[in-house]
Design a protein around this ligand. Structure first.
Ligand SMILES: [Zn+2]
Length: 116
């Protein structure tokens, strides 16, 4: 083991623009050069290429969408397809205070109107 440095890597969330330890943020990369380019979540930080970071929080994702931060952060032109990233964030977000509790993720699309 090497000597543990105090300096932890910090990254900026593309949504709320706040700095946070890298391990609290979700890394993602752009795949494809098309328009739209797709955003792929990279929780293991293994994908090559230029990555950006966002809190695993739908609010930050929405903020980043609104300000078109993805293209800027990833040096891409065109529209970002956030589908894959959004799904990952929603799946990993646990909201205990949500009235419906945990929605089953297995079925992909949730039809919460029919549950009651
Ligand atoms: Zn954020």
């Amino acid at each position: 083991m090497t000597a543990a440095r105090r300096a932890r890597p910090e990254r900026t969330c593309v949504g709320c623009r706040q700095r946070a330890p890298a391990n609290e943020l979700l890394r993602f990369v752009a795949v494809g050069d098309g328009d739209p380019f797709r955003l792929r979540p990279d929780p293991d930080r293994r994908l090559p290429g230029r990555g950006a970071h966002v809190h695993p929080d739908p609010a930050c994702l929405a903020l980043a969408c609104k300000r078109r931060a993805f293209g800027r952060a990833l040096r891409k032109v065109g529209v970002a397809d956030t589908g894959e990233l959004a799904e990952h964030i929603h799946a990993s977000t646990i909201t205990p205070d949500h009235p419906t509790g945990r929605v089953s993720q297995q079925q992909g699309r949730t039809t919460d109107m029919s549950t009651r």
